[in-house]
Design a protein around this ligand. Structure first.
Ligand code: PEP
Ligand code: MG
Length: 579
């Protein structure tokens, strides 16, 4: 039995056999196959060569031909290898003679060639070994990627263990079979973590070298409450965890019982609790958990996991399905937040050097007007069905906001010309998730109906810490004094000009931060649906006066650690039975 500690990102307990997904690390074990499977593996190699060459060609085309000579040479060398029949034959011969998997044949053949290269005295040739490793990685990516598709075809319950998982892959999990997720990489607010939480799959990330310690088929416990992964637990541990899992579910059910009760503090202040969703089907869960509407619909998930872009009608149907669940309640539709870690299929190979600082989100929309207008058209069409609101993500300055609003105006004119009904007075808001927006809230406020603070990105951009990078996850905290000062500024500015302010980042779903947010003046939050009952319970157990005291104290502290410990103790003192 081995216990690994990581970062808990989605609560719950699961015990199941593990399925290891080989990823970037590519420790490909020698696995033998049956004679009857040889042709299948040979075909997989052919497909991987074909797809890798196509990927490389599209990558080269996407770079627009202005690259340095060395990069052009590199593409040429890689493509020559990928079109080299003798190389492919060497690999497929190995499959036929040794009866091994395609992955193993690719890896061992290319590594053998690379090791020959490194022994050559000529620097130019020996440096080509790096190219061979690159080609190996590219081919394996296609082979492993192909295997990931098979996650759809599971027939028994598993816990997925991987180096990393993209949000798209996680979104494609079949919840009936995938009972838990553990990854070497990732952070608490990475989109993968957010999706796992939305799906209600217990998950732990940032486990560093977990994939090196487990083998497919090992029994694994995922403790998504404490951030633990236990490999090959003994019988006693399994028994304890199965009991704990039952207790946890019972506690969740007890909390669900407060569904009908309002989120009102002990001194009578009403707080509105909404839900964050990625898929229309989740709106029902928000309702079941007692949410009063949708505060953040991450519509970019409509583009993921599919080969073609969604049509206007598909957009409309997704929005209509969501609005039908909350007909007289707000449904805030965030326009697509593509880029960074979320790509459409056609853009998935066009990688930017610093994607989180690149063509992401509203910037992407403003450069892809056809796509943007299709989405706005559908949102406006759905606006007559209920209380639809529009929210623009990642606004960094007033010009961007005005441009986005101008496009919205153009689409409204199109609808007028087409005689299609829509809500002319649709509420338009922006996400405050960059320090620049937080610092200029008073300038932006005049042109919007509401702010929604995206603490996930605001923390990342304020502290210069990639939210999904486990190597710096200890530096990532929404209660760092710098982030808190920005939060205070935005909330105060919003109150001054009477613009509604909501918090929809994961911070609002964390029990230990609720008192602080209430003390900062937040009265509306949008949460991961499973967290609504617990957060409501805390709200019902505190007074605003106590929250104000906690917040005053915290704003006087100078270290994140001190603040975190203090906030945890504060919430424990009001709700000891939950913590
Ligand atoms: C945020 O950044 O806090 C946010 C809610 O948006 P997302 O997590 O989708 O980036
Ligand atoms: Mg964001």
């Amino acid at each position: 039995m081995e216990i690994k500690k990581g970062v808990a990102v989605s609560p719950g307990i699961s015990v199941a056999k593990c399925l290891v997904i080989d990823a970037e690390e590519y420790r490909i074990p020698r696995r033998e196959i049956k004679a009857s499977q040889r042709l299948v593996e040979v075909q997989r190699v052919r497909n991987a060569f074909r797809d890798a060459a196509a990927e490389l060609a599209s990558l080269e085309a996407g770079r627009g031909g202005i690259e340095e000579r060395s990069i052009k040479d590199m593409f040429a060398v890689h493509l020559r290898f990928l079109h080299d029949r003798s190389l492919r034959k060497k690999i497929t011969d190995l499959i036929q003679s040794e009866m091994v998997t395609a992955e193993f044949a690719v890896s061992s053949t290319l590594r053998e060639i690379a090791s020959h290269f490194t022994k050559v005295k000529d620097a130019y040739i020996s440096e080509r070994a790096a190219d061979i490793y690159d080609i190996e990685r590219r081919l394996l990516k296609h082979l492993v990627g192909e295997k990931r598709e098979h996650l759809q075809e599971l027939t028994e319950e598993v816990v997925v263990v991987a180096r990393e998982m993209s949000p798209t892959q996680t979104a494609g999990f079949n919840k009936d079979y995938v009972k838990g997720l553990a990854t070497d990489a990732g952070g608490r607010t990475s989109h993968t973590a957010i999706v796992a939480r939305s799906l209600g799959i217990p998950a732990v990330v940032a486990l560093e070298d977990l994939t090196g310690s487990v083998r497919g088929g090992d029994t694994v416990i995922i403790d998504g409450n404490r951030g633990l992964v236990i490999i090959n637990p003994d019988d006693e541990t399994i028994k304890q965890y199965l009991e704990y899992a039952v207790e946890f579910v019972e506690m969740e059910h007890r909390l669900d019982a407060i569904r009908e009760k309002p989120a009102i503090t002990r001194d009578g202040v009403k707080v509105t609790l909404l839900g964050n969703i990625e898929f229309p089907g989740e709106a029902e869960v928000v309702l079941q958990k007692g949410g009063e509407g949708i505060g953040l619909y991450r519509t970019e998930f409509l583009y993921l996991n599919r080969q073609t872009e969604p049509t206007e009608q598909e957009h409309y149907e997704a929005y209509a399905e969501t609005v039908r669940v909350f007909r007289h309640r707000p449904v805030v539709i965030r326009t697509m937040d593509l880029g960074a870690d979320k790509f459409t299929q056609s853009k998935r190979f066009v990688r930017e050097p610093n994607p989180f600082l690149g063509l992401r989100s509203i910037r992407f929309c403003l450069q892809n007007l056809t796509m943007f207008k299709i989405q706005l058209h559908a949102i406006l069409r759905a606006s007559v069905l209920g209380e639809v609101q529009i929210m623009f993500p990642l606004i960094t300055n007033l010009q961007e906001l005005m441009q986005a609003k101008m496009i919205l105006g153009d689409v409204m004119e199109d609808l007028d010309e087409e005689s299609i009904a829509y809500n002319r007075r649709i509420r338009v808001g922006i996400m405050i998730e960059t320090p620049s927006a937080a610092l200029t809230g008073s300038l932006l406020a005049r042109d919007v109906d509401f702010f929604s603070i995206g603490t996930n990105d605001l923390t990342q951009y304020t502290l210069a810490v990639d939210r999904g990078n486990e190597l710096v996850s200890m530096l990532y905290s929404p209660v760092d004094p710098a982030v808190l000062r920005l939060l205070r500024t935005v909330i105060q500015d919003a109150h001054k000009v009477q613009v509604e302010v909501n918090v929809c980042g994961e911070m609002a779903s964390e029990p230990e931060y609720v008192m602080l947010l209430l003390g900062l003046g937040v009265r509306k939050m949008s949460l991961a649906p499973p967290m609504i009952p617990e957060i409501k319970q805390i709200i019902r157990s505190v007074t605003i006066e106590a929250c104000n005291r906690v917040t005053r104290k915290v704003l006087g502290m100078n270290s994140e650690r001190q603040i975190s410990i203090y906030l945890r103790d504060a919430v424990r003192s009001v709700l000891p039975e939950v913590f």
